[in-house]
Design a protein around this ligand. Structure first.
Ligand code: NAD
Length: 250
């Protein structure tokens, strides 16, 4: 389905991004991986997927510009890299606020602005953001993340309108809780912020949000991303697809 398409998936050395990269590669796309991680493991992933890798640190706009110049035009851009920090707003470290806004929001602006000219030249493109249920609703102690994800939904709608006559679609996928290192990593801070045990955080904070009482799987998100890359999705643009076990229905 995606033969002769080139796809950059940011934050694809782990979790949801890796599942999306695997799904795109399985359909014949030439995948460029990006993200942090162990060099040997990344080399193994490149071999598994027939992918290449660019290790740009997306906190740095100059590094993003260098990456986009180095990799050349892409047909599919998946803005997926993200991080989380959980703390009351009065204790929220300003440097964490800046990093979350830079990675979860501004990095997507930079990759997009640099990818769009190539997509316009071809008259075809797919821009997908891994947003979050937190692009639609809020939780306490996640002020930076919620702000960045709400902004990603707005950014995506705006560029969808701009690009609508160019054969380029832009959409958000908004997962609920997916069991990845990002979720596992926020458990200790949530235990501290709310005075709870690990099991209480998993069952009474995380899964309490999801009526299905189960975590979304990275592969579920990847299947939706793959659909959005296909021809059947050519008229889907500016949308924000929830895949959250019913969380935002409530
Ligand atoms: P993850 O921690 O497994 O993966 C994050 C990826 O981003 C990794 O590849 C990491 O190396 C990369 N990354 C981190 N900092 C980077 C940097 N400075 N430069 C380049 N790459 C960097 O997390 P995940 O859960 O797979 O999250 C992926 C996306 O999905 C994020 O945008 C996250 O907000 C979103 N999301 C996750 C969940 C969830 O429950 N896991 C829910 C909704 C949305």
């Amino acid at each position: 389905m995606l033969k002769e398409k080139r796809a950059l998936v940011t934050g694809s050395t782990s979790g949801i991004g890796l599942a999306i990269a695997r799904a795109l590669a399985a359909e014949g796309a030439e995948v460029i991986l990006n993200g942090l991680g162990d060099a040997d493991e990344i080399a193994r992933l490149c071999e598994e997927l027939g992918a290449t890798y660019n290790g740009a640190n997306l906190l740095d706009p100059a590094a993003i510009a260098q990456m986009m110049a180095d990799i050349g035009p892409v047909d599919i851009l998946v803005n997926n890299a993200g991080m989380q920090h959980v703390a009351p707003v009065e204790d929220f470290p300003p440097e964490k606020w800046d990093a979350i806004l830079a990675l979860n929001l501004s990095a997507a602006f930079h990759t997009t602005r640099l990818a769009v000219p190539g997509m316009k030249a071809k008259g075809w493109g797919r821009i997908i953001a891994t947003a979050s249920a937190h692009s639609l609703t809020a939780s306490p102690f996640k002020s930076a993340y919620v702000a960045a994800k709400h902004a990603m939904a707005g950014f995506t709608k705006s560029i969808a309108l701009e690009l609508a006559t160019h054969g380029i679609t832009a959409n958000c996928i908004s997962p609920g809780y997916v069991w990845t290192p990002l979720v596992e990593g926020q458990i200790p801070d949530t235990m501290a912020a709310r005075g709870l045990t690990r099991d209480q955080v998993i069952n009474d904070v995380l899964l309490a949000k999801q009526p299905t009482k189960s975590f979304v799987q990275p592969e579920d998100v990847a299947a939706l991303a793959l659909f959005l890359c296909g021809d059947a999705a050519r008229n889907i643009t500016g949308a924000n697809y929830s895949i959250d076990g019913g969380w935002t229905a409530g």
